[in-house]
Design a protein around this ligand. Sequence first.
Ligand code: NA7
Length: 288
Amino acid sequence: MKVGFIGLGRMGSKMAANLIEAGIDLQVYNRTREKADLLGTPLADSPAALASNVDVLITMLSDDQALHDTMLGTDGAIAGLKPNALHISMSTVSIEIIKALTEKHRHAGQHFLSSPVFGRPDAAETAGLVIVVAGSQEQAKAVRHLYQHMGKAWHYVGEEPWKANLFKIAGNFWISSMIETIGESTTLLKKAGANHEQFFEILTGIFQSPIYENYGKNILHEKYEPAGFALKYGLKDTQLIADAARTFLVPMPFVSALRDNYTLAVNRGKADIDWSGLARQIGENGGM
Ligand code: NA7
């Protein structure tokens, strides 16, 4: 099985390295060529050229625009991919673009799975991602070894690819809500002169979860650089959940508050710090 990988950013570069390490016959493409050179594996000149040469194409790109340009733009991968070949999209993107790609792939006789991931670059590096998979179950089973080389768990969530993206953006809403509440409560305690470090210890003891622990530590130590997951992508994901809420006519008032805070943080020059750095914006809002 020949596999192609497009999108060698913070996440993709580590996922691709794990596939190479596992002995997968991997070729890659990245818009910025130098990042691909670092992997020391065959490098294609365009998404279409890569796609025409593989049985399975994995994409790990930043957002809808990147996925659209790569798959459907000039020299886009859909034009190169053979009938019966499989595209696995692992990006956190909108339900709409996944629905559009599902149709394009079906029309071209190609298979399509959406498989976004939970986990940051450190989890990508140690193959510790949690992968949510939707699309044909038969196709998913046929490539489970690829999921196993990149993640510690993969969960099949349905036949329609966009459902995996709904799981992912709703899951990120849990995390962004937690960042907001830790940021607000920390600012409150600090400003009031209470021991926010002791507060952190007590609360992480109650909310026993590596997610609370790790994001809480970032906020406690104000360590937002280098970004594991950039704040501008936090804004993107909050917009994605707001769009889903509108599509399904579900009131989600907290999403609007989160989106405003992420927008403010981006406008105040925080786009490229870690998304837990939203707490820094909350602190500034609180006069700290
Ligand atoms: P990064 O580190 O910002 O990497 C983004 C990747 O997407 C990188 O390979 C970019 O290429 C590529 N990209 C971005 N825009 C385009 C366009 N327009 N065309 C082609 N390629 C593009 O993101 P992460 O690895 O942290 O995150 C990836 C996904 O996981 C994302 O969905 C997150 O929400 C979760 P470049 O190297 O800049 O040329």
